[in-house]
Design a protein around this ligand. Structure first.
Ligand code: PNS
Length: 161
């Protein structure tokens, strides 16, 4: 049984994240989307909102579950008995940071391996930060996030469309 975690902040979930979830769920037996509950980070959506939105978007994927975690990723992985971390690489600029995290996690627990998927070219420019920046000015985010989430994101900025 290959159980993997796709960890992240997902604040908010983008179409790029969904593409990663769909593709990695085809590679492993079980995929947990692990939403980092980072109280130090000023997030747009609460942890409950993020988990519930991702659950809604992954409802039709039978081997995908969603959960929040805090603390070290490797500790949480022990708790849920997962050994694989899935991360996406958009561009070479992601590489250095991702390599450092992957190697640190592997040193912390040699049973843990990180696999990288190159993001779909369609979404290689996309990040949650870009979505928030665009939405905060009332920009069109329909190509960035699932349709069901568009209004919920604008609402956070008191923008009605
Ligand atoms: O979507 P993000 O913000 O790039 O995700 C980063 C994440 C959640 C993968 C990373 O910050 C993480 O694993 N945090 C949990 C704390 C931890 O284990 N840190 C050690 C990494 S060296």
């Amino acid at each position: 049984m290959k159980k993997a975690i796709y960890p992240g902040s997902f604040d908010p979930l983008t179409l790029g994240h969904i593409d990663m979830i769909q593709r990695s769920a085809q590679i492993v037996d079980e995929l947990v989307v692990g939403v980092l509950n980072n109280s130090a980070k000023n997030s747009l959506f609460s942890i409950e909102e993020r988990v519930s939105m991702i659950k809604e978007m992954t409802d039709s994927m039978p081997n995908v579950t969603v959960a929040s975690f805090d603390g070290l990723l490797v500790d949480y992985m022990k708790e849920i008995d997962a050994t694989i971390i899935v991360r996406g690489l958009r561009a070479v600029t992601d590489f250095e940071y991702e390599l450092q995290i992957a190697q640190t996690n592997h040193v912390e627990n040699p049973d843990v391996e990180t696999i990288f998927l190159t993001t779909n070219l369609k979404y290689s420019y996309l990040s949650s930060t870009i979505v928030k920046e665009f939405a905060s000015y009332g920009g069109d985010i329909s190509k960035f996030v699932p349709e069901q989430m568009i209004d919920r994101i604008y609402q956070k900025y008191n923008i009605s469309k």
